[in-house]
Design a protein around this ligand. Structure first.
Ligand SMILES: [Zn+2]
Length: 314
């Protein structure tokens, strides 16, 4: 009997160790330009298989410290990100810039000093309002990957502009097209544009909080005109050049036209969700899934717009 108990205890301990190992993200930092490192996520939706690692996060090593750009989807991710940064440099993390309030970008905040967390005021406000709902949803979607994760609000607001940060020529740009408050970071020293979720590449964009596809498309034109060499999208592979902008314009333009025309024809939301997606978007991951979500986020606006046009015309 005693042996049986010992056996059970050792099995239980063995299980425990195996489980702890199961929640490793295996983050691989890649230096994409001088001093700029990327952690690239998969182009999927949140799932237990990926632990929510569907997002790109980055860090920049300056003369005096480390600038982190987004903290990932869970506390575990943030902690592992921080550990992995420590394998690249001994310098302390001095600034954590959060691109926007979506959970895959900010739920690793706990791993960092709250005094180092910076975001646009609009981001802080949105995270305060919506963070708990995001958290509930992610606990459901990711299970134990989310263990211990809590919403941490940044303490420091951002004043956009160009500045020298510990020897690095950095520009912080405030936009709104994707989430209502979107921060873009342009590292002039290395020629890297961290575009966050204003740019998705090879993965369909998410639209729950866009102020309008027209606003988003206008800001894409502004971003494209900036002086950079490497483009890091919020989701999808890093690219030298501007190719992702073509895909974004094409996709958002198609989505905008499709929703407007469908509303003009009086299609129901479920009919719009089932409309064909052009073959040229075959290489864009989760396109059907995001079309369905986009219809639920946006179609009401287009229907109201169509009705207003009819009543004006009548
Ligand atoms: Zn987002």
């Amino acid at each position: 009997m005693r042996y049986l108990i010992l056996l059970l205890i050792s099995l239980a301990l063995g299980c425990h160790v195996a489980l702890a190992d199961d929640y490793r993200y295996a983050l691989q930092p890649v230096e994409i330009a001088q001093g700029v490192w990327l952690f690239e996520g998969v182009t999927e939706d949140f799932a237990r298989d990926n632990g929510g690692n569907i997002v790109n996060t980055a860090f920049i090593v300056t003369d005096a410290g480390v600038i982190v750009f987004d903290t990932g989807p869970t506390r575990r991710y943030g902690e592992q990100m921080r550990e992995t940064i420590g394998t690249v440099t001994d310098l302390p993390v001095t600034h954590v810039f959060l691109s926007h309030h979506h959970p895959d970008h900010v739920f690793g905040n706990q791993a960092f000093d709250p005094e180092s967390l910076y975001a646009l005021e609009g981001t802080i406000q949105r995270l305060a309002e919506q963070g708990d709902d995001f958290s509930d949803n992610l606990y459901r979607a990711l299970g134990d990957w989310m263990r211990g994760t809590e919403v941490v609000l940044p303490t420091r607001g951002i004043t956009p502009g160009r500045m020298t940060l510990d020897g690095r020529d950095i520009e912080l740009i405030a936009m709104s097209g994707h989430s209502g408050a979107d921060l873009v970071l342009l590292d002039h020293t290395a020629g890297v544009l961290l575009a966050a979720d204003l740019v998705f590449y090879q993965r369909a964009p998410t639209t729950p909080h866009t102020p309008g596809l027209d606003v988003w498309r206008e800001e894409l034109r502004e971003l494209e005109a900036l002086d950079f060499r490497y483009l890091v999208p919020g989701h999808g592979p890093v690219v030298e050049g501007t190719v992702p902008f073509e895909q974004m314009h094409d996709y958002l333009g198609w989505l905008d036209d499709t929703l407007r025309e469908a509303a003009r024809q009086g299609l129901t939301a479920s009919e719009v969700m089932a409309l064909p997606i052009p073959e040229r978007f075959d290489e864009i991951a989760v396109a059907r899934h995001e079309l369905i979500r986009s219809v639920s986020h946006l179609y009401g606006r287009y229907e109201r717009e169509a009705l207003a046009l009819i009543s004006e015309g009548g």
